[in-house]
Design a protein around this ligand. Structure first.
Ligand code: SF4
Length: 239
């Protein structure tokens, strides 16, 4: 298991060239000699589509997309089968994001990898995920197969998340996008957690149902319940 870190300026040693970074990752995990290390580095470069000439560069000399590829190569170096990818497309241009996503999908297919993919970008979540887990204020509120969650979310929070994505996409398509209408509603105070369901202060279902006590009672905080077909939701009034 290995990790693809979000902030590669912090995760890659600025005083090591790319060859040294990859070499270290290989040598720490495999007892191999110089020629074998070079062969392994060439293989990694090919897997992540990075030019051999970049090996003598230092991290600050690479573009955001290239640094991302180095981060992926370093995660692959020990022979990991399971990668935790923390916002692997953050701070990248849309075209570079697409390249990174395609690379991750190709690697998954060719090497049989599994990912735990952490993202705030629902478009990318929808694109790469087989199963989705939605968290709100540190708690899982819904989990299930990606297409089911996208098409028929049962938790009000997930529903709002995906509706705002659809709204954003249709505005972009019609050229009327002017930022997210829902930008302010999700802000919560982590220092002062609410009683019962954490989503209650923001929940339209809670308001529509006349603020039922069960939603804000400590002893009845909603737990994940099985909705069938591997779909689980933590809500007293699932949609
Ligand atoms: S438990 Fe109540 S407040 Fe929480 S999401 Fe469900 S309806 Fe809304």
């Amino acid at each position: 298991m290995q990790m693809i870190f979000q902030d590669l300026d912090a995760a890659l040693n600025p005083k090591m060239c790319i060859r040294a970074i990859l070499k270290e990752a290989i040598r720490v995990h495999h007892n191999v000699d110089g020629a074998e290390v070079d062969r392994k580095i060439s293989e990694l470069l090919e897997q992540v589509n990075l030019k051999e000439s970049k090996l003598t560069n230092y991290p600050h000399e690479l573009s955001g997309g290239e640094k991302r590829r180095v981060g992926i190569a370093r995660a692959l170096a020990p022979g990991a089968r399971f990668l935790v990818a923390d916002e692997p497309t953050s701070a990248l241009d849309v075209s570079i994001q697409a390249q990174v996503i395609n690379l991750l999908k190709d690697l998954q297919k060719n090497l049989g990898l599994s990912y735990l993919f952490i993202s705030h970008d629902l478009r990318i979540v929808e694109l790469v995920s087989h199963k989705v887990v939605v968290m709100y204020m540190g708690k899982i509120v819904e989990m299930g197969l990606a297409n089911r969650i996208a098409e028929a979310p049962r938790h009000p929070y997930t529903h709002i998340l995906w509706s705002s994505l659809v709204e954003k996409e249709s505005k972009e398509a019609s050229g009327t996008s002017s930022g997210s209408k829902s930008a302010g509603w999700g802000i919560c105070d982590f220092e002062r957690p609410y009683r019962g369901c954490r989503f209650a202060p923001q929940c339209p279902v809670y308001r529509r149902r006349g603020r039922p006590e069960i939603c804000i009672n400590h002893s009845t905080e909603p737990q994940l319940q099985d909705m069938g077909e591997a779909h689980k939701v933590a809500c007293h009034f699932p949609l």
